[in-house]
Design a protein around this ligand. Sequence first.
Ligand SMILES: [Zn+2]
Length: 471
Amino acid sequence: MTLRLYDTATRSVRDFVPREAGKVGVYLCGLTLQAPPHIGHLRSGVNYDVLRRWLVRHGFEVTFIRNLTDIDDKVLAKAMEQGRPFWSIAYANEQILTASYHALNVLPPTYEPRATGHVPEMHELIARLIETGHAYPAGDDSGDVYFDVASWPAYGSLSGQAPADMQPAGDAPDRGKKDPRDFALWKGAKPDEPADASWPSPWGRGRPGWHIECSAMCWRYLGAEFDIHGGGLDLTFPHHENEIAQSQAADLPFARYWVHHGLLGIGGTKMGKSLGNTLDLDYVASLGVRPVELRYYYAAAHYRSRIDYSEDALREAAVAYRRIEGFVQRAAERVGAGRPDGLPDAFAAAMDDDLNTSAALAVLHEVVRDGNTALTGGDDVTVRTTLAAARAMLDILGVDPLDPAWTGGDRAGDLRGVVDSLVALALEQRAQARGRKDWAAADAVRDQLKQAGVVVEDTPQGPRWTIGEQD
Ligand SMILES: [Zn+2]
């Protein structure tokens, strides 16, 4: 069976053929960390987690990169507004994002690079583009560097726009630009911006433009050419259009498939803090809906469709999930949990058809119906096979009620969030102790964490912690 995926670049459903047999490289544009994630953002991670699980099921070895945009205009604006360092805001929001994805049973990416860790790669790309005539330093004294859109004839092909119809980039004043559509690769530091938000560069101190960040991280972790680039439909233009232009103009063939997911909106508009309609995991919990049920709600819609949030639809999804969960629990009590096995062909065919999860769920409901009939009729053989098949399907969607990720009880997700916060607090105390060179106090925090089963490892990206034994 071949997986077929809708590719935005060709506007067609295509057979998925990886660049290298057996291996798949996926890049998903992660969050810009100016605010905590809402349930619209979290849809993204769940959609691509289902894709990833399905690719693994196909036998591919998947390298899954999901980045964090920890510096850009929005993060810096928030920092200046709050009088806090940009990086403390980005990191605080990163912690909440990580805890939220844990709570939703989204597998951690193979690696999660931060934009600020890749400034040298961005410089290398920008220098290449200037050398080959596709970028130029601003004509004013701003220190900006712009991509020259007119130098790249394919510009606009991803979003299907004619150059003449395009909006100005709007990311810097037009006075230094050759063309208003030219977008910033590098942004010269402004006198009123915080000093810790700029880096030296051949074009003066400054910070990266948003688009070049992703090109640099794709290149670094997946190479010059890779298989799937993902993100929300709203990123198609300008973000992904710009990523393609600057990467290909720098001689990187870049992504072979562009997979975009639909957005989750509310009342016909986008969910967002500025609109005052932001719903997060705590809000969902306050409705009595568990993270596993929210995940089922996401998975029940096709990934490319728009979800218009309504509390009724969310509650209905929760009820539908509880029916499936009820069968799994009763069947497991009767014949033992067993393990996920015997994925139905019809389910696989639906998933291969551009991840048609709604058709796949219809297969699941049918199996659960048969399983319930077998439970009533005392047909244990059928109970066993339907339970194994149901669990195999639920596992692909990441919502198997018997998965250890969920079996910690209803509050398992919440508890993980609590542990995350407590360890972060302890690590902050340790960092403060180290800051005042109180090594004994710093070591004491580390030892106490170790006694509680939390192992701290210092990495170049900062302390990492895990629960359990070292090594
Ligand atoms: Zn991106």
